[in-house]
Write a protein that binds this ligand. Structure first.
Ligand SMILES: NC(=O)c1ccc[n+]([C@@H]2O[C@H](COP(=O)([O-])OP(=O)(O)OC[C@H]3O[C@@H](n4cnc5c(N)ncnc54)[C@H](O)[C@@H]3O)[C@@H](O)[C@H]2O)c1
Length: 297
């Protein structure tokens, strides 16, 4: 990884953004983590501190936790993000919000800066179109929880330069993840095109009364060796994030296999977003530990 690529800005301090910032800091990068409010970035930093301490205690991170956290500067003013080598955008899965971020970054990130998006479903070319340098734009799609998952997709558009793509791949490797090269900018890329239809089907089976949430999760864990079933995963990811991803993928592809089920929409409208709100498909205590099934939605 070149020196310029160790100067990292992560835009978005939510579930994914704080995890990406943590991995970059663990890899020795200097990181600026931009969030919408002081509370958000401070809470992100506290979560990072707790996670690095756990990983350090298990011997998975060599550096002392305080040294890792000290590499991350929390920022809330966009202008403070100027002049980095790699930008990773990880804000809410909404096209207009991400396009606006890319438009603003374009002015702050002169060559050779890379502009990467952690979008789950939005074509990278739509974000690159908001910039004057589509050759330096690419997708970098991590999975949750970022510090524990050993893989990330790197997505190129028709305009992404070979150099930008190679730097993206090298950055992902430097973060300790196996890069999956995605050569076409198809909405949903690889992970979600394969995974989301099975989540949609699982929710439809519950809607039809074919099987319970708990039994479908059990089936996928025991029958297919998955560490978590689709509902357990959805609660961790956030039902809103999954719903927005499906809305975007359905709109982009027109394919009914991605149409968000009504049951999922109702959960999101009711504010039952999974672990982060204490209730999704299951219920959680204040520490995020599962305490049982949620009442039927
Ligand atoms: N959750 C997952 O498992 C997962 C996995 C891979 C990729 N992603 C993608 O990562 C991105 C972030 O998802 P997340 O799970 O961290 O969600 P999250 O809800 O935890 O965080 C969303 C972030 O977006 C910010 N935000 C909301 N509205 C904004 C606005 N108008 N302007 C700027 N920032 C705004 C919020 O402040 C927050 O920091 C999404 O594109 C999502 O599709 C999520």
């Amino acid at each position: 990884m070149s020196v310029v690529d160790t100067d990292v800005v992560v835009i978005g301090a939510g579930l994914m953004g704080h995890g990406i910032a943590q991995c970059a800091a663990q890899a020795g990068c200097r990181v600026r983590l931009w969030g919408m409010s002081r509370e958000e970035v401070e809470s992100a930093l506290a979560r990072i501190g707790a996670s690095v301490a756990k990983l350090h205690a298990k011997g998975r991170v060599a550096d002392p936790p305080a040294a890792v956290v000290a590499r991350i500067e929390p920022v809330t003013e966009f202008e403070r993000c100027a002049g980095a080598g790699i930008y990773v955008e990880s804000v809410v899965e909404k096209l207009d919000v991400k396009q606006e971020i890319f438009r603003r970054l374009d002015a702050l990130a002169p060559a050779p800066a890379l502009l990467a998006s952690n979008t789950s479903t939005i074509p990278i070319s739509r974000l690159a179109a908001a910039t004057s340098h589509p050759d330096r734009c690419l997708g970098m799609h991590f999975t949750s929880p970022v510090p524990l998952m050993p893989v990330a997709e790197v997505i190129r558009t028709a305009a992404t330069s070979d150099d930008a793509f190679a730097r993206g791949v090298a950055f992902v490797r430097a973060l300790g993840k196996e890069p999956i090269a995605v050569h076409k900018d198809l909405p949903g890329f690889v992970f979600n095109r394969v995974n989301l239809p099975s989540t949609v089907e699982a929710i439809r089976l519950v809607e039809l009364g074919v099987a319970s949430v708990e039994d479908i999760d059990k089936a996928m864990r025991l029958g297919f060796g998955r560490p978590m079933g689709p509902f357990e995963t959805a609660d961790m990811v956030g039902l809103d994030t999954g719903y927005y991803a499906l809305c975007s993928l359905h709109a982009e592809s027109g394919d009914d296999k991605f149409r968000p089920p009504d049951l999922l929409r109702r959960q999101v409208e009711a504010g039952h977003l999974g672990r982060k709100t204490g209730r999704g498909w299951y219920q959680y205590d204040a520490a995020g530990e599962r305490i049982g099934m949620a009442p039927p939605p």
